[in-house]
Ligand binder design. Sequence first.
Ligand SMILES: Cc1cc2nc3c(=O)[nH]c(=O)nc-3n(C[C@H](O)[C@H](O)[C@H](O)COP(=O)(O)O)c2cc1C
Length: 202
Amino acid sequence: MKVIGINASPRKKANTQTLVASILNGAAEKGAETRLVNLRELNIHGCLGCEGCKKHLGKCVQKDDLTILLQDMTAYDAIVMGTPVYWYHVSAQFKMLVDRLYSFFEFGENPQTGEQTMKSEFPAGKKFIFTISRGDPEPPVLFPQFYDHLNEWLNLIPLSLGAGSYEFFHQYGAGIDRKSARNDSDILTKAKAAGAGLVSSV
Ligand SMILES: Cc1cc2nc3c(=O)[nH]c(=O)nc-3n(C[C@H](O)[C@H](O)[C@H](O)COP(=O)(O)O)c2cc1C
């Protein structure tokens, strides 16, 4: 089994990276082949909205590292995607990746019924774990409704990609300490177990 972990925190070796790496370690201990990608180390850009991908579905026209990564993702059995919470949402790097996944989709209309259709070139059936690190505790004190919105929105990614299974792995109360996940043996154990679960549930 092949598992890729994508860390979308701009902070080096911080909480999100720790969680993604721990999930990968758990999978590796069960025999998976794993790869960690730190988006901050890549040359990546946001979607241009050029619709060029609609001429060659599944292929973004940009010549940057995200185009390569999007192609690479199709070859993995399981995908771990990690983001810190920024402004009650995902990081800019994470959003860039999600926006660029647009290159796999074609939207149209059923001529008989007029219903909207969505065709995807992204291979269905993959397993996903989303790991999300945030400063605020659970339950949050301020603006809890915006976390409801974020948690709802995150479902859109595996649902549109035709995931075979998916789960969310949260770190709450990290504050601004980049080492808080690293120093929390309980969350590290749970992250490894989540990674192991990717393999054992094959
Ligand atoms: C620009 C910015 C915005 C943030 N917004 C939030 C937020 O809305 N809610 C929250 O709980 N934490 C927020 N945080 C804190 C981070 O989510 C938290 O420190 C997280 O652990 C960072 O992950 P990392 O260590 O992988 O970078 C924010 C941090 C930054 C730098």
